[in-house]
Design a protein around this ligand. Structure first.
Ligand code: ADP
Ligand code: GLC
Length: 476
């Protein structure tokens, strides 16, 4: 079975967050399970692309954004990622350093999607499934069914996976000319609230949509940045499949980014040594419990509560806790965190920016990982934390509710809180500090966390079952 994944991100080629992790891992595990999975990404002028060799396997021209443009398809030569990786190159549009935030982002992703569809239509061998991730490939299910040029592709089943329903790829109807010629009777399928909404179009036109946790599927019907009604209507088409983690990349026993490596037997000693190095780097004492935050500094992550929550913790639990924050995002939050560092120099380490290696060292060296997310479709940080024996402290929402059980339960290994407010965060940190005092319980909980299985094995199988259910009618 040939399955192609369309996405804006794929680790290690291009990653901003969890979307990159998932699209870098799921196809690998699908391939190991016998599926011929590949990823088609926009071309980015980034380290992985510069350092690896690619063959041009196709070139042609297509029309988007009112213009005919040339595109080429490059294939990574070695298959070293565990799946075939293709990049769509368009000079001046898909050859950029960053993934998002260009003023003509709409053109960028429409041209990417049109090129992909055009390439598939001109290729002899068609995929059995087209699997689209988030809004950046959200127009593809519509294009292959209702664009007059690509109609012969309409029988290919499409799946849309929603990693983040907050961003929807909106464009005004005045930009409809950006798309190749479409069946205007079907234009309503593109519309939501009087504008073209790529994510809504994807949900309407795909054969099945998935969310990255079962709980998030339920939440979308009541909280999805304006698409609530759509998710209520399309509920039956949706399936919640929890993300896995790439246990080869995220393995404290072999992770080349941490030192020393450790396993479930050596977790206490191993984490202690990692913590020592990490704290030295941030000029913090390594004898105190260390609570960390890693992530995008945006409202979805509850990041605007961090400065006040950390400040209160450092007052209430004076001398009893240290914090490290790694992240970037809204300038105001970044500034408040920088000020916090000045105020609490000896208790608080702040790194504003993106640093993959540092994130691994933090997962390994921390005692607790705080996730006060307001919206969390799945969340991978808590799964990485658990894998490294670091206890998650999470707001009970989305995928966090599906993956973290509170220590008050016999099966528990994390700390959860229900209301997203500073006081609840401070109380939750207080519970963590009490637990930390009981070193034998803490040690048992670390071993318990490290023994949990959040690998892709189970979830990849659920995707395969879904693929099979869609191609079946055509296979017989
Ligand atoms: P989201 O995709 O919403 O940002 P996830 O929890 O699914 O959240 O995934 C976040 C991923 O991005 C994790 O791999 C996390 O370690 C990584 N990450 C987030 N911010 C940073 C950062 N500033 N530096 C390094 N890694 C980061
Ligand atoms: C999104 C979500 C996050 C999820 C990730 C991977 O960015 O915000 O919760 O883990 O995608 O699916």
């Amino acid at each position: 079975m040939d399955v192609i994944h369309l996405s804006a991100e794929c680790y290690p080629v291009a990653k901003v967050g969890g979307l990159g992790d998932v699209v870098g891992a799921l196809p690998k595990y699908l391939t190991q399970a016998g599926i011929n999975a590949s990823v088609i990404l926009p071309y980015y002028d980034r380290k992985f692309v510069q350092e690896n060799k690619f063959d041009e396997v196709f070139n042609s021209s297509a029309a988007a954004a009112g213009k005919t443009f040339n595109y080429s398809v490059l294939k990574e030569k070695t298959g070293k990622l565990g799946f075939d990786l293709y990049l769509i190159y368009i000079k001046g549009l898909l050859d950029r350093k960053e993934i998002y935030c260009y003023p003509d982002e709409i053109k960028q992703f429409i041209s990417y999607q049109v090129s992909v569809v055009d390439w598939i239509s001109k290729s002899e061998k068609k995929p059995d499934i087209i699997h689209c991730h988030d809004h950046h490939s959200g127009l593809v299910p519509f294009l292959i069914s209702h664009s007059t040029l690509y109609k012969e592709l309409a029988k290919i089943p499409t799946i849309c996976t929603i990693h983040n329903g907050q961003y929807q790829g909106w464009l005004g109807w005045d930009k409809v000319g950006y798309l190749p010629s479409i069946d205007l009777n079907k234009a309503g399928l593109l519309d939501w609230n009087n504008c073209i909404n790529s994510l809504a179009a994807s949900v309407k036109c795909c054969w099945k949509f998935t969310t990255v946790s079962p709980n998030y599927l339920k939440e979308l019907s009541v909280n999805s940045n304006g698409l609530e009604k759509l998710f209520q209507l399309e509920e039956k088409k949706g399936i919640g499949i929890i993300n896995g983690i790439d246990t080869q990349v995220w393995n404290p026993e072999s992770d080349p980014m941490i030192s020393p490596n450790y396993n479930v037997e050596t977790v206490d000693k191993g984490k202690k040594s990692n913590k020592k190095i990490l704290c030295k780097e941030f000029e913090l004492s390594d004898t105190k419990p260390l609570v960390v935050f890693i992530g995008r500094l945006v409202g979805e992550k509850g990041a605007e509560l961090l400065p006040a929550a950390i400040d209160s913790c450092l007052k209430f639990y004076k001398g009893k806790v240290n914090f490290i924050v790694l992240g970037s995002g809204e300038p105001e939050i970044e500034k408040e965190l920088e000020n916090l560092k000045i105020k609490h120099r000896k208790q608080c380490g702040i790194y504003i920016g993106y640093d993959e290696e540092l994130s691994h060292r933090i997962y390994a060296g921390a005692d607790f990982l705080l996730m006060p997310s307001r919206v969390e479709p799945c969340g991978l940080n808590q799964l990485y934390a658990v894998r490294y024996g670091t206890m998650p402290i999470v707001h009970n929402t989305g995928g966090l509710s599906d993956t973290v059980i509170d220590v008050d339960d016999v099966a528990g290994y994390g700390i959860t809180f229900d209301k997203l407010e500073v006081k609840e965060i401070v109380d939750a940190v207080g519970r963590a500090l009490d637990l930390y005092q009981n070193s034998s319980r803490m040690c048992n909980l670390r071993k318990k966390m490290m023994s949990l299985d959040f690998s892709w094995d189970k979830s990849a199988k659920e995707y395969i079952d879904l693929y099979k259910s869609l191609i079946k009618p055509y296979a017989v």
